[in-house]
Ligand binder design. Structure first.
Ligand SMILES: Cc1ncc(COP(=O)(O)O)c(C=O)c1O
Length: 381
């Protein structure tokens, strides 16, 4: 099997499943319970918070454990909007965010907030000048995706953070779900106030996530209840998920720092050079400032679902757009917003690597593509 759909989700590390099982079996008590078993579980939770914080270069109290990237994005955006709506109701994002950001913005718009969308160029890169011109006295939030999940484009987060430093009343949220473990982001040095991370994108289990909230920043909670997670995210903590996610984060960052990043870039280069030699194939991922693990290309005149099924028959797994939109069989919203035209937006394929992928797999993939694409293009014409 060749699994090239790691931006949709990753295979959990065996160590992660082991840690999850151990905690679920032996440390099943509620961390809020005051008996000794509860205290032991609370200790595990605290250790995870401390280690996660040190891996991300932040303070333990700045870590809120969540259930997903979707939850983190919703909590950050609505939490800021509800908390600071008396200051103003203008919020900004880009036109190529993940649905968990765009839909949260749309919901806020329906509640009376005004939304401005920063446009992107053909590389999927945001227009910084446009952002500067959008900032107003009543702006309270800017939310930007760090690494785009379809194109792999990296946004200039540090530059935005620098601009927003002059606007202390505007909070800055970064969706770091596709960036974590692939494209470094110094949360403390980048002027970021809130940042979302999701466990299953770095070999942890689904149902886990992290929201970084800068020390001293208050946001409204959207889940009311027993006051867990510093009162920001009520609900009994998924301790087995949290402990195992912490392990996945540590392992991922270790691997990436021990040659993993170079390995991903080698895979990307090999794939790109093969794709560039193929007729009727256009690479959509920009050459510069793009993540090492996401490569988007269009196979002109071939419906992506047909190509995906054909590749599946060879035991190769890739995707079209973001996993949640991929069943809709419509042109990619992100590629359309980048102005890449309808044909490219309708025929886009996304390959996304993990550290476990090999150059040999890339070679096999290219050979299979070379054999099936001309046939499919012939049939589709
Ligand atoms: C950029 C980005 N943000 C948010 C999410 C949502 O994360 P989750 O699947 O954990 O809800 C995803 C998932 O694909 C994503 O790619």
């Amino acid at each position: 099997m060749i699994y090239f759909d790691n931006s949709a989700t990753t295979r959990p590390y065996p160590e992660v499943i082991k840690a999850y099982t151990k905690v679920a079996e032996q440390y099943f008590a509620n961390p809020s319970s005051i008996h000794t078993l509860g205290s032991e579980v609370e200790k595990l939770l605290l250790q995870s918070r401390v280690l996660t914080a040190s891996l991300l270069g932040v303070k333990p109290m700045e870590i809120v454990f969540t259930s997903s990237g979707t939850e983190g994005n919703n909590l950050a955006i609505k939490g800021v909007a509800f908390q600071y709506q008396n200051r103003g109701k203008h919020i900004i994002t880009t036109s190529i965010e993940h649905p968990s950001v765009l839909e949260a913005y749309k919901q806020l718009e329906a509640l009376g907030f005004t939304v401005s969308y920063v446009e992107v160029d053909q590389n999927g890169r945001m227009n910084i000048e446009q952002l500067k011109n959008m900032l107003r006295d009543d702006t309270i939030l800017v939310s930007i995706i760090h690494v785009n999940n379809e194109l792999g484009t990296i946004q200039p987060i540090k530059e935005v953070g620098k601009i927003l430093k002059n606007y202390p009343k505007i909070l800055f949220h970064v969706d770091h779900v596709q960036g974590i473990g692939k494209v470094p982001l110094e949360l403390k040095d980048s002027g970021v106030d809130l940042s979302t991370i999701s466990g299953h994108k770095f070999h942890a289990l689904r149902g886990t996530g992290i929201l970084y909230i800068r020390d001293g920043l208050k946001i409204a909670s959207i889940m009311s209840g027993g006051g867990q997670e510093m009162g920001i995210r009520s609900g009994t903590e998924n301790v087995a998920g949290i402990v195992s996610m912490t392990k996945a984060l540590r392992l991922t960052l270790e691997k990436i720092n021990q040659g993993g990043l170079n390995h991903l870039f080698q895979l990307k280069e090999a794939l790109l050079s093969g794709l560039r030699q193929m007729d009727g194939v256009i690479v959509n991922t920009p050459v510069q400032d793009s993540a090492p693990h996401i490569i988007n290309f269009s196979v002109l005149h071939v419906k992506p679902e047909v190509l995906i099924h054909s590749l599946s028959e060879h035991d190769i797994f890739v995707s079209t757009q973001s996993a949640c939109s991929s069943k809709l069989a419509q042109a990619s919203r992100v590629l359309t917003a980048a102005g890449l035209g309808e044909e490219r937006a309708k025929t886009a394929i996304r390959v996304s690597f993990s550290l476990d992928n090999t150059l040999e797999e890339v070679e096999i993939f290219l050979n299979v593509l070379k054999s099936i694409v001309p046939k499919l293009q012939e049939v589709m014409r």
